[in-house]
Structures are given as structure tokens and as C-alpha cells.
Design a protein around this ligand. Structure first.
Ligand code: NDP
Length: 450
């Protein structure tokens, strides 16, 4: 369809060198072809041209002083992409690979993900190229305070509500909240992922990982399958990976791998979850330490992965849960998974599969849950945290978890029914993209040209 191609060419021309953003946009725009053909109103209102342009992009300098007394300078980003459905909502990522294109891809995905939750939240994302690895607690605090000393003027409980992402967990949210409170002179639900002691929601920490497993469960149930007794592979060893592993155990599955950016663990008896939590959440050390406590497990550094592959996806499994980062799973990895009998991929990470890998999963008609649907449990539970903050109540873990499971079910049903409506019932990429887009686009039309 020339129209979609025109918009895509326009993006490449006007936002040069933003490869991750083109990739995310290409996947969504390709899926929209049948919708655009069926409903000319979206073209008349130039919704595609409008939706690919962020409403606002904020780029700022972050100065801070390290433990040696030296001045350090980083880049800070916040992209307020679309507010048709509610206040901008999306995480902050602290990682050296962060740049304008990465934040833009994450913000773009977030619009549709947030729409799929059925909750009143718009799309945004932010972060910094700051590398938290190896930094002292004091350095983390000083950086978070410096970052918030600019960000605070752009956010607010009814404007823009950031959360965590890679490199930003409970500790960082705490330091940023403290600085926001001091500068804005307001105690309000401006960030989610807060500590349970002062405004956080039970089950928020677990939500993304739990949600990705619920999503896999719903996809499998529809085909008369279940996770019980099945070997699963998980990548990453951060927030999403840890709680994916926890929920897999609760459902009787056997998660046998995890990884960090240096290498992977294969533990054929099942990952020792308590040990993993101790190493990653308490001691904050490298994953290679796992085998000093568990010598029967195998550690493979990334230099020893088979050429052109991610070692995680060479391990035979029934289901895979990519939970580390974007583009960690390429076409070769997809072929390895399929050849070894994997019938389910549920993405905890954002855009972990390359476009070629996504096409391989769709063509194979396996249960494939794209990140914007499968990992939406995190942001959905963030919205539940906002709701509790606004009404000054706290729900129990079981209440929040039950709401999370129901939201994941609704997302799955919505994506599946939309995919069926457009003639490809097993293609949840198509279903999720069209369902998310349609909700935002209709709201944009009803709210006029703003
Ligand atoms: P964490 O920082 O807690 O953990 C990230 C994990 O991924 C770490 O094990 C990290 O290893 C690994 N990793 C990061 N970058 C790379 C890389 N370039 N190559 C290999 N491994 C890497 O982040 P989260 O668990 O919160 O996030 C993981 C993914 O899930 C991201 O894609 C994020 O956007 C997505 N997500 C997170 C949500 C949340 O609620 N937290 C919500 C929805 C999506 P190392 O320590 O060596 O860097």
C-alpha cells in the first residue's frame, strides 16, 4: 500500500539514524494495511502521520559528581508520545545504549501497549545513557537527583507518570521520588514502582513477568496445551526475568535458563530462584557467580555462544520467554527454537525479536505473544498503583494479581478477536497492533485536531 510506504519513507528522511524506531514503526504500519483499506476515516484524519510524531520530546543535560569528585555529564530523555487515552505513561531506562532512537521506539510501542490494557493511559518513555553498573549507592542517588532536577518540571500525577525499566528499579524510583517531592513540594503519585512502605502497589514488582506467563498460559489453553511439567527458557536476570521464572514455577513449569549481558546459565534441574534473587536483587553481582553456589549448573560466556546465535535459544524447550532487551532473538535463534520443538514464545522484553524472527514465528503459526501485548502487565499494574494512590487505598496482593490476570486475559482476547476479524486468527501481532491503534485513533478523531 503506497500510503503506508510514504509515511515510512517520511520517517527515514525526517528522523535519520533511528533504526530501532523504524523497526517498531514498520511492524505496526505493516499490520495496519487491512484496517486502512477498510476504514478510510483514518487516512482522512491523517492519523498515521500524526501518531508517528511525538507530541513532545524533551532532551536535557544531566550533570553530577562521582565519588572521586569528578564532574560527569549524561544525556536525559523524556518523550511524551501520545495523550489521547490519558496521562503519558512509560518507564525510564538507564543504560549506555540509550539514545533518541531507542527512547522513540520504546515510546511508540508504549502507545499501543497502554491502549491494549483498556486503561486510561497515554504513551511515553524516557531515560539516560547513564550506566548504573559498578556505581556506588551514593553515585546512583546523586545521578537520580540530578536527573529529576530537570525532569520534575515536565511530569505530574495527571500529566506524565514515569516508572522503571532497564537499570531503574525500586532504589532508583525512591531517589527520584524524593527529589521530585522536594522540588515540586507535592506528595503525589508521580512515579510508579514505588516502595510498598510509601505508596507502592503490591504485585507491581512481579507484574511484568507474571503477566508474560499468564499471556502464554491463555495462548496455550486455546490450543488445549498447558505449561505444567514443560521445560522453558528465559533470557535476562532482571526484574522481568526473575518474576517470569517465579510464575513458571507456580504453574508447574521448569525454567532452565537465565542470562545477563556477559553470559547465560543453563541449570537442567531448574533455575534456583532464591539464589538468583539473592545474587541480582540483593548482592547485585554478575550472573557468573551462580555456579560458585550451584556447581551442577553450566555457565557459558557470550564469547562462547554458537556463532550468530543467542545461546539461550539453542536450549531445547516447549516455551521461550525473552526478557532481556531489544533484538536479542534473531532469525537463526527463531529457527533454532522452532527446530527444537518450541511452540510458544511470550515476550517479556520490548521488541526482543527482530522483524525476520517475528515473521518466522507467525509463519510457523506457533503461539507467539508480541511484547506490546505479552508484557503489558507491568504498565497495567502501574495504572493500578496510580488508582490506589488517587483514592488513598491499598489493595491486597491477591486483589492486584487477580486484576492483572484478568487484564492479561482481556488483552489476549482482544488481540485474538481482532486478528480473527482481519482473517489471520493466529497472528497476534496483527491483532494487537490493530486493536491498540484503533482505540488511540478513534480517541484522536473524537478529540479533534490538537
Ligand atoms: P533489568 O534492568 O531489571 O534487567 C535487564 C536484564 O537484561 C539484565 O539481566 C541485563 O543484564 C539484561 N540485558 C540488558 N541489556 C542487555 C543487552 N544489551 N544484552 C544482553 N542482556 C542485556 O530490566 P527489566 O527486567 O525491567 O527489563 C527487561 C526488558 O523488559 C526490557 O526490554 C524492558 O523494556 C522490558 N519491560 C520491562 C518492564 C518492567 O516492568 N520492568 C515492563 C515492560 C517491559 P546486565 O545486568 O548484564 O545488563
Amino acid at each position: 500500500m503506497p500510503y503506508v510506504k510514504e509515511v515510512f519513507d517520511y520517517l527515514r528522511r525526517t528522523s535519520p539514524s533511528q533504526n530501532e524506531f523504524y523497526q517498531a514503526a514498520e511492524e505496526v504500519l505493516e499490520s495496519l494495511r487491512p484496517l486502512m483499506e477498510k476504514y478510510p476515516k483514518y487516512r482522512q484524519h491523517k492519523i498515521i502521520e500524526r501518531i508517528v510524531e511525538p507530541e513532545r520530546q524533551i532532551l536535557f543535560r544531566v550533570n553530577w559528581v562521582d565519588d572521586k569528585g569528578e564532574i560527569q555529564v549524561n544525556k536525559g530523555f523524556r518523550i511524551e508520545f501520545n495523550s489521547a487515552l490519558g496521562p503519558y505513561k512509560g518507564g525510564l531506562r538507564f543504560h549506555p545504549s540509550v539514545n533518541a532512537g531507542v527512547i522513540k521506539f520504546l515510546g511508540f510501542e508504549q502507545i499501543f501497549k497502554n491502549a491494549l490494557t483498556g486503561l486510561q493511559i497515554g504513551g511515553g518513555k524516557g531515560g539516560s545513557d547513564f550506566n548504573p553498573k559498578g556505581k556506588s549507592d551514593n553515585e546512583i542517588m546523586r545521578f537520580c537527583q540530578a536527573f529529576m532536577s530537570e525532569l520534575y518540571r515536565h511530569i505530574g500525577a495527571h500529566t506524565d507518570v514515569p516508572a522503571g525499566d532497564i537499570g531503574v528499579g525500586g532504589r532508583e524510583i525512591g531517589y527520584m521520588f524524593g527529589m521530585y517531592k522536594k522540588l515540586a513540594n507535592k506528595y503525589e503519585g508521580v512515579l510508579t514502582g514505588k516502595s510498598l512502605k510509601w505508596g507502592g502497589s503490591l504485585a507491581r514488582t512481579e507484574a511484568t513477568g507474571y503477566g508474560a506467563v499468564y499471556f502464554a498460559q491463555y495462548m496455550l489453553e486455546d490450543r488445549g496445551e498447558s505449561l505444567e511439567g514443560k521445560r522453558c527458557v528465559v533470557s535476562g536476570s532482571g526484574n522481568v526475568a526473575i518474576y517470569t521464572i517465579e510464575k513458571l514455577y507456580q504453574l508447574g513449569a521448569l525454567p532452565v535458563t537465565c542470562s545477563d549481558s556477559n553470559g547465560m546459565i543453563y541449570d537442567e534441574n531448574g533455575i534456583d530462584l532464591e539464589l538468583l534473587k539473592e545474587l541480582k536483587e540483593v548482592k547485585r553481582v554478575r550472573l557468573s557467580e551462580y555456579i560458585t553456589h550451584r556447581p551442577t549448573a553450566k555457565y557459558t560466556p557470550i564469547e562462547e555462544y554458537p556463532k550468530g546465535c543467542n545461546g539461550i535459544y539453542t536450549v531445547p524447550c516447549f516455551a521461550a520467554f525473552p526478557s532481556a532487551t531489544q533484538n536479542e532473538l534473531n532469525l537463526t535463534d527463531a529457527r533454532n527454537l522452532l527446530a527444537n520443538g518450541c511452540i510458544c514464545v511470550s515476550e517479556g522484553a520490548n521488541m526482543p525479536s527482530t522483524l525476520e524472527a517475528v515473521h518466522a514465528f507467525i509463519d510457523a503459526k506457533i503461539c507467539y505473544g508480541p511484547g506490546k501485548a505479552a508484557n503489558a502487565g507491568g504498565v497495567a499494574t502501574s495504572q493500578l498503583e496510580m488508582a490506589q494512590n488517587a483514592s488513598m487505598v491499598s489493595w491486597t496482593f491477591e486483589e492486584v494479581d487477580a486484576k492483572l490476570a484478568q487484564i492479561m486475559k482481556n488483552i489476549y482476547t482482544n488481540a485474538k478477536e481482532t486478528a480473527t476479524e482481519f482473517g489471520e486468527p493466529t497472528n497476534l501481532v496483527l491483532g494487537a497492533n490493530i486493536a491498540g491503534f484503533r482505540k488511540v485513533a478513534d480517541a484522536m478523531i473524537e478529540q479533534g485536531l490538537v
